[in-house]
Structure formats: structure tokens, C-alpha cells
Write a protein that binds this ligand. Sequence first.
Ligand SMILES: Nc1ncnc2c1ncn2[C@@H]1O[C@H](COP(=O)(O)OP(=O)(O)OP(=O)(O)O)[C@@H](O)[C@H]1O
Ligand SMILES: [Mg+2]
Length: 363
Amino acid sequence: MAELSIRGVRKSFGETEVIRNVDLSVGNGEFVVFVGPSGCGKSTLLRMIAGLENVTSGTISIDGADVTHADPSKRGIAMVFQTYALYPHMTVEENMGFGLEMAGIPADERKRMVRRAAETLHLETYLARKPKQLSGGQRQRVAIGRAIVRDPKIFLFDEPLSNLDAELRVRMRIEIAKLHADLGATMIYVTHDQVEAMTLASRIVVLRDGRIEQVGTPLELYNNPDNQFVAGFIGSPKMNFVPARVTGRTEDGAVKLAVDSLGLAEFAVMPRERNATMPETLSIGIRPEHFLPPGTDGAMDVSLGLGAVEHLGGVSYIYTEPGRDGSLTAEVRGLPGLKAGGLLPLAVNPDTCLLFSTEGARL
Ligand SMILES: Nc1ncnc2c1ncn2[C@@H]1O[C@H](COP(=O)(O)OP(=O)(O)OP(=O)(O)O)[C@@H](O)[C@H]1O
Ligand SMILES: [Mg+2]
């Protein structure tokens, strides 16, 4: 278990700066998940924490000790990669024990440590097999086992489940959550998977273009994003952004809006700061899952023109005809007979809506 502190960290490859002044503290036993678009710097930041990539400026400390320039083997960190990176000619036992052997741990003690990790991961019966005799999920467990045996202070995972099929991903996700609970270790985990991020993280770090956009618990980011980027990135399907004109304020400070694309002449949404000044035009953020049946108490009725419909079984996704302001997505339950074309009556509760400036700041 360990604390990690990243202060003013930057990284350039030649002229290109890919990590731009990152500050982050990770507490003892936390499970922190990095998300962000492809190329935003997630792997680079993780590799800098591991010591696999030089830091251009700034400091990285573990338990108060500056490790910015320390050798990877001296940091007490273990990293698990998407590609497993197992040695094909070694057995599971040898793969898991290899790092210990390099560290000069005697054979009998090594065996004991590998057995213990194998038990944790239910790999006891596979110890004599080579990687090619294992399924993808078993190989990934071996890669995790190789990390566990070293009893690291911090685990780093770079998209460890991306090569697995959907069902196995769910099983491994639950195992990783269990492992975190059992070991109580500090873990940092990179993923593209919304569900992994929301379910595993004690806190999510949203990165964009080498910078941290927001750090918070999954529900903080979902309910109270700082800006349009985070609002659009967290949640699937993505939040809708609907242009609106500001027509005034109510007595209690809500912003009165005219929303042409939803046919709403007056829709009052509370801004984040009650007294903040409002621009003339802005965007309303509405999550697809926040569309309600028409006539719902406290909600305003709207009707959406049906462009396309996808039935997923329990829920259906409605896509409106892309108009001047783009297409909207609504998630609805039931309505199995729904077909494209025509209008679908729904409702929106202003309390579930967020406001953003045209530059993407939260209002
Ligand atoms: N060795 C390198 N030399 C030059 N540029 C690099 C190098 N490694 C990474 N980059 C660049 O740094 C940026 C961040 O890359 P990184 O691999 O950290 O992204 P990522 O967020 O992990 O993306 P993905 O989700 O696709 O894995 C990218 O623009 C990438 O092209
Ligand atoms: Mg990456």
C-alpha cells in the first residue's frame, strides 16, 4: 500500500508536449481510473509513474520519497499490460516467478510466493502449462499473478481486459474488484470501457490532450461535470447538447430558456451558481437516460422526430433525424413496436439538465 503524488509533471517527445503540467494525488488503497480519448496521454502518464518513460519536468513521489528519476525496479510498482507480455517458452510458474528470480529470491521461497499468488487467482492447476495452452482470460490472470507475487506498493494496469471477449471481461472486472478489496493495494487503471471506469474506480481522472479535465468519484463526474467535455465523455450513450436561447430568469434564479429543437418556449433550468451571469445562447445537457414518459410530474412534454430506433431488449435507443443542431439520442424502456418515422412524445425534467456555455464551460 502506498500514496502517490504527481506534481507539475510534463512530458515531451521531441517538440511535442504530450503531458502538460499534471498534478494528482492518489491515496493509500485507492483505485484510480484514467480515461480519455485515444492519444490523450494515459499510457504515457502510467509509464512515467512506472519509470518506463523519462519525466521532462516535475516530480513523482511514492510515500513521500522522490522517485522521479529512480529505476523502475526500485519503485515498488508492478504493471500489467493489455498484451499480457508473457514469455512463451516458460511455464505459468516460471512466468510468475521470473521477476522474483531476477531479484535474487531463493527457489523454495519463490515457489511459496508463486503458489500463494496462484491460489488468489485460481491458477493452481495451470502452473505447469505454457501460455499458449491457456485461454485469454487465464493468460491475463497469469500477467496479474506476476504482478501480485512481487507484492508491489502500487499496481498499474494499462487496459488489461481489452483483448478479452465481453463475457470474460465482466468476469475479470469482478475479479479485479475483488483483488483490490482483498489486497487493499493502491491501483491505477487505464481503460476505454465506461462500465469498467464507473464500477471499479474510487476516483476517475479524465484526461484530454495531456491535461487533467476533472478528477472525482464516478457519480460526481456523472452528476456534476465541470465542463462539456467531461459531461460528454462520462456516460453512454453520450449526453445530448441542445442549443437554447436565454429569455430571462425566474425569481429563484433559474434560467428561462427557449429550446427550438424540442419545441419548448419556456424551460427553466437552475444553473450551477445561482447568481452567475448568463450568455444569450447556451447548450442544455440532457442525458439519453433522462428522457421520461410524457406527462411525468415535474417534467415538460416534448416530442422527438424518430430518425432511427435500436431495440436492445430491455431498453431502446431513439435517434432523432439529424437537424440543424445534430441528432439527439433518447433511451426509453418498453415501446417494442416503435419504428422510425413519426413523432415520439417524451418529457424532460429540468432538474436533470445541465447548462454549458458555447465554449464548453459549465454554467
Ligand atoms: N515514444 C513516443 N514518441 C513520440 N510520441 C509518442 C511516443 N509515445 C507516445 N507518443 C505520443 O504521445 C501521445 C500520448 O500517447 P499515449 O500512448 O500516452 O496515449 P493514450 O492516451 O494511452 O492512447 P490510447 O488510448 O490510444 O492507448 C500520443 O499523441 C502519441 O502519439
Ligand atoms: Mg494507451
